[in-house]
Design a protein around this ligand. Structure first.
Ligand code: GN1
Ligand code: MG
Length: 363
């Protein structure tokens, strides 16, 4: 069965009975596969849904993952009745997924909106900061014990380094010889990169319900007002640190270039974007943040960037099993671009810390 028919079959299992028009592949995310599936309503208007094929290599317990998402979206919907929300469709037997062989499918409403991969407009960046900050505050009274870890140790940087060490020892596809400088640099900065994890383990930073994958393209914006409408991609919502969300957002949106830009020398953190995001994020979260959380926000940016360097390099060395790639050296390019960004963050750390203090003082 080809994808055209498969997406129709899946849609019917989610009880969508309209006339099928076909599908479009959505270039979104490096892990799952996403399709916009189009139908025609009886009154002659088009209607679309998003169908996703969840990557079960990355998410070993997709059923548990859907339970997490169900609980979290339900909690948010109760707090914001009437506002745009993610809504997962159910099958006849009330499941939010369809399993066929290796494939795990789910379906959500399609929200007409805009998303951005690179944003220079500081108002939009501030709005993104608000959206992610608000997401955290909405979940502050949600019991973290209700959630399973969809990817155990997801932001445990020490574990990520251990996995990289193992990949280097195994060298399964003979790529280690090409990446000596990258490995050496990552090993040099290991303790600083792992400092957030160490503080977490020592109980010095509180566990919260966090999104854990706060790329700016995970915020849907209203096309007219550019206000954040809804935060999407909830697969990694689980217990985490506030700095994970702040740090990963800056890693992505704060970079002068896209995360896989081959002109490495252009990568770096844009301090104006950093300031705007911090303003938005802190406007929602500062009240509930501990002193230590505030003081480690800038460090988090470096930690999350270095951690992703480790993950991209690990995947490159293991033969590209985890992240989707569009060229054989894609993971290597990503690694190098993220290393350039992380180096720039180290140079600008004192200024970033200063900006966080200024933003907090202005609230
Ligand atoms: C993956 O699939 P996507 O784009 O939402 C990854 C993130 C990385 C990101 C890097 C579950 O996110 O952790 O930061 O790629 N998600 C997972 O682009 O591993
Ligand atoms: Mg994601």
């Amino acid at each position: 069965m080809d994808l055209y028919e498969k997406l129709l079959e899946v849609s019917r299992l989610f009880r969508i009975e309209y006339d099928y028009l076909g599908y479009e592949t959505i270039q979104m995310g490096n892990v799952n596969r996403t399709y916009k599936v189009n139908f025609m309503l009886p009154e002659g208007k088009p209607k679309s849904f998003l169908v996703q094929n969840v990557n079960t290599y990355a998410f070993r317990n997709p059923v548990g993952l859907m339970e997490n998402i169900d609980k979290v979206t339900e909690h948010i919907r109760r707090k914001k009745p009437g506002q745009t929300a993610l809504h997962f469709h159910h099958t006849a037997d009330r499941k939010t997924y369809v399993i066929d062989g290796e494939n795990f499918w789910r379906m959500t409403n399609y929200v007409p909106s805009v998303t951005y991969n690179v944003v220079k407009d500081l108002d939009i960046v501030r709005n993104a900061g608000m959206a992610f900050g608000e997401f955290q505050t909405e979940l502050m009274d949600f019991d973290i014990h209700e959630l399973i870890e969809t990817i155990p140790g997801f932001h445990n940087t020490r574990k990520r380094y251990e996995s990289l060490g193992e990949a280097i020892r195994l060298d399964p596809v003979g790529r280690v010889a090409q990446v000596g400088p990258e490995i050496r640099w990552l090993m040099e900065v290991q303790d600083l990169a792992c400092k957030l994890t160490d503080l977490q383990m020592a109980g010095e930073l509180p566990l919260r319900v966090t999104h854990n994958d706060t790329k700016i393209n995970n915020v849907l914006f209203d096309p007219q007002t550019n206000q954040g409408m809804v935060v999407i991609d909830l697969d990694t919502v689980m217990p985490g640190l506030m700095g994970h969300d702040f740090g990963d957002a800056i890693r992505f949106a704060g970079n002068f270039v896209e995360e896989d830009c081959p002109d490495y020398e252009k990568a770096g953190v844009d301090l104006e974007v950093f300031r705007a995001f911090a303003q938005g994020f802190l406007s929602q979260t500062a009240q509930s943040m501990t002193r230590k959380e505030l003081d480690t926000l800038s460090l988090s940016c470096f930690a999350l960037t270095a951690e992703l360097c480790v993950r991209f390099l690990d995947d490159y060395i293991r033969g590209d099993k985890y992240f989707k790639i569009n060229s054989p050296d894609h993971n290597l390019v990503r690694t190098r671009c993220q290393i350039a960004l992380a180096k720039d963050m180290l140079e600008k750390m004192a200024r970033m810390e200063q900006i966080v203090r200024e933003c907090a003082a202005q609230l």
